[in-house]
Design a protein around this ligand. Structure first.
Ligand SMILES: *Cc1c(COP(=O)(O)O)cnc(C)c1O
Length: 371
C-alpha cells in the first residue's frame, strides 16, 4: 500500500536531535531562537515566534491582533477545524466564507459580500500549497492572518506567502511540507505581534499576571525544523516534479488537474483531481466508491478536507447526499468541491516506481469510469 502522506526524515534529522540531547538542554532555548531566525529569513519577514502547533499559532495570533469575545473572524468553510477551534478559544464567532471553485481558496467575492463591522480579522489559508488572492484580500483593510500550514515555500507575485499578512502561521505537524513532529510558528513584520506571542506562549518569570499559555516548542523539535528547512527547497522541487508528471499524463486522459496561475508558485502539498472524468458513463458510486477503488488497488487516497466547517456546525438532514442543510445552500462551491475532490499521494519520498504505480492505478480508475 502506498500511504497518502508521509514525513521526509533522514540521518541528518536524527543527528540534529542527538546533538540537542547530548547538550543536556532540551526545552525552548538556542535551537528555537535559531529556527525562528532562519524561517523568518526564508520567508522574508522580520521575525518569528515558535510555538507548539499551528493551532496554538492561530490562537496567539488572534489574541495579538486584539480579537475578543463576540467578534467575528472570517474563514473559508472548506478547511480543517483547527481554525474554528482557535476562534472558539478566544470566544469569537466564525464568519464562514465560500471558496473559489478553481483554486479552492477563500472566495474574495463572497468575503466582501459577507463582511460586517464586527469582522475583526480574516484567516486566509493558502490551501493545498496554492497561494490565495492575498493582495486583493489585504486591500479590504481588515487584519489578515495568513495560514501557511500547507504552503511553506509557495510564492505569490515573486514573494513567499507568509510575508503579506499582518502575521502568518505555519504548522510542522508530521505530514506537513516540513515537520518537527508537532510544532508551529507565527511570523510577522510587526515587533508588537511577535512580542505578544512570545509573552503569551510561556507563563513563568513574569512580573504581572494575565492568562498565559504553555505553547512552547522544544529545542528537540527546533533542531529537526532547522535540519528540515535546509532541505525544504529540495522537498518542494520533488513535489513539483511529481505534480508535473501527474498533470502531463492526467490531462491527456481528460482527468481534471489542479489549475496553474501565472502569479502563483504552487508547492503541491496536496495534488487533487476531480472524480468526474471526460467521457464518464452514467455509473457512479460517489466519492466513497472512488476512494475505495484506489485503496483496493494499493494507493491510499483521501478527501483533502475531511468535512467542511458549515457541515460540522449544521449537520445535514437525511439523505446526506442531497446538498441540504441549513447552511448547506450558502456554500455551493465548497459543497461541490467536497463532493468531487480526491487527493492522491504526493510527497518527496515517493520513488519513481511509486509514482508510476499511482499513475497506472489512476489510469485504471479512469477506464472503469468511462466504461
Ligand atoms: C494542519 C493545519 C492547521 C493546524 O496545524 P496543527 O499544527 O495541526 O495545529 C491549520 N490550518 C491548516 C490549513 C492546516 O492544514
Amino acid at each position: 500500500m502506498i500511504f497518502h502522506s508521509k514525513p521526509t526524515l533522514n540521518k541528518e534529522d536524527s543527528s540534529a536531535v542527538s546533538r540537542v540531547i547530548n547538550s543536556g538542554y532540551i526545552s525552548q532555548g538556542e535551537a528555537v531562537k535559531r529556527f525562528e531566525l532562519e524561517l523568518a529569513e526564508y520567508i522574508g519577514v522580520k521575525g518569528g515566534a515558535a510555538v507548539s502547533s499551528g493551532t496554538s499559532a492561530i490562537h496567539l495570533s488572534l489574541i495579538a491582533l486584539g480579537v475578543k469575545e463576540g467578534d467575528y473572524v472570517a474563514i473559508p468553510t472548506y478547511v480543517c477545524p483547527a481554525l474554528l477551534n482557535a476562534i472558539n478559544y478566544v470566544g469569537a464567532n466564525p464568519l464562514l466564507i465560500d471558496i473559489n471553485p478553481d483554486s479552492y481558496n477563500i472566495s474574495t467575492t463572497d468575503l466582501k459580500k459577507k463582511l460586517t463591522k464586527k469582522t475583526r480579522a480574516v484567516i486566509v489559508p493558502h490551501i493545498f500549497g496554492l497561494p490565495a488572492d492575498i493582495k486583493d484580500i489585504l486591500s479590504i483593510g481588515i487584519p489578515v492572518i495568513e495560514d501557511c500550514a500547507q504552503s511553506v515555500g509557495a510564492s505569490y507575485k515573486g514573494k513567499k506567502v507568509g510575508s503579506f499578512g499582518h502575521c502568518a502561521i505555519f504548522s510542522f505537524y508530521a505530514t506537513k511540507v516540513m515537520t518537527t513532529g508537532e510544532g508551529g510558528m507565527v511570523v510577522s513584520n510587526s515587533d508588537k505581534i511577535l512580542e505578544k506571542v512570545r509573552d503569551l506562549r510561556e507563563y513563568d518569570h513574569k512580573p504581572n499576571y494575565i492568562v498565559r499559555y504553555n505553547y512552547k516548542m522544544t529545542d528537540l523539535q527546533a533542531a529537526i525544523g532547522i535540519s528540515q528547512l535546509k532541505r525544504l527547497d529540495s522537498f518542494i522541487y520533488r513535489r513539483r516534479e511529481i505534480a508535473n508528471l501527474y498533470s502531463k499524463r492526467f490531462s491527456e486522459l481528460g482527468i481534471s488537474i489542479p489549475k496553474v496561475y501565472p502569479e502563483s508558485e504552487h508547492i503541491y502539498f496536496r495534488y487533487v483531481i476531480k472524480n468526474r472524468v471526460k467521457g464518464q458513463g452514467s455509473r457512479g458510486k460517489g466519492l466513497e466508491g472512488d476512494l475505495k477503488f484506489f485503496e483496493d488497488n494499493g494507493v491510499k487516497c483521501m478527501r483533502p478536507v475531511f468535512k467542511t466547517i458549515h457541515r460540522y456546525l449544521t449537520p445535514p438532514p437525511s439523505p446526506p447526499s442531497q446538498g441540504g442543510g441549513e447552511l448547506g445552500g450558502g456554500f455551493p462551491e465548497a459543497e461541490r468541491t467536497w463532493n468531487e475532490l480526491i487527493s492522491i499521494p504526493i510527497y518527496p519520498s515517493l520513488t519513481d516506481g511509486d509514482v508510476k504505480k499511482i499513475v497506472r492505478v489512476t489510469e485504471k480508475w479512469r477506464e472503469a469510469k468511462v466504461e
